[in-house]
Every structure is written in C-alpha cells, then in structure tokens.
Unconditional design. Structure first.
Length: 141
C-alpha cells in the first residue's frame, strides 16, 4: 500500500493586534485510492488513527483509572487498546503489546514504527512518501 503525506508551514495570526504571529504545520495524508484526510500531527498516533478509520475500525474511550482513559479500537470482535503518556504510546491486542515513541525526528523511523503498529491491526505495510508543499506567491509578474 502507498500513501503520500503532504506538509506545509503556514504563518498564522492570533486575531488581535496584541497577538503575535506563529508558525503552524499542516499535514494531509493521501491514501492509495486518492481519498485524503488531515493529520492532527505528524506522529505515530495520528497516522495509525487515520489508517484505522480508513479500514473501518470503530473507536471508543474507556476509563482505566482515576481520571485516565484509553482508546479502544474494535473491528470484527478484535479489540486493540491504545494508551498514551506525554511522549510514549502503546497498543495492545491480547497479550501482544507495542510501545513506541509518539514522535520521531527521522521520517523513516516514524514510518517504520507506524508500520509495526499497523501490523498489529492486521494491515499491510505502507510505503510512505513525504511531499513538502511550497507556498505559491500571491502575485506573479
């Protein structure tokens, strides 16, 4: 399976004179069939969620402790529990558990860890391509 991640950096303003401008990274995932979805972040949980939703996995939150919750993906009687900390994420199906960092500096590491998790979902490996979208000038001479 192939997928294209398109990314661009935008400069946004807070909306008032006192607010400073800030940079905002925007990512879009294009699946092999041409359908697209926006990614909240360029990280393992965002990529896994996009592929799980595309593959029709249902999601629900369950309480796992005092004020703590986990997301449970379910499909055809199979459940995969997803728990997060500030920088780690784990996915568990039965006795099989994968724990990984959420973010990676190297895109190849991000893709490899995402594919490890997608295998837990029974999905085929994805060949990712990253395309930087360059801003177009507003006016051309």
């Amino acid at each position: 399976m192939n997928a294209i991640i398109s990314g661009k950096k935008r400069i946004a303003e807070g909306g008032c004179n006192a607010c400073e401008s800030f940079s905002l990274h925007v990512y879009r995932l294009t699946f092999e069939d041409g359908s697209e979805v926006s990614l909240e972040n360029l990280d393992v949980p965002s990529l896994v969620m996009a592929f799980a939703q595309k593959d029709r996995w249902k999601q629900k939150f369950v309480m796992i402790g005092m004020g703590e919750e986990a997301m449970v993906y379910s499909k055809d009687g199979v459940e995969i529990t997803n728990e997060e900390t500030s920088n780690k994420i784990s996915y568990q199906k039965g006795s099989e558990k994968i724990t990984t960092d959420k973010k990676f500096c190297d895109l190849e590491d991000l893709y490899a860890h995402t594919n490890d998790v997608l295998a837990l979902f029974g999905m085929e490996s994805v060949t990712f391509e990253y395309r930087l979208i360059e801003p177009q000038p507003l006016y051309q001479d």
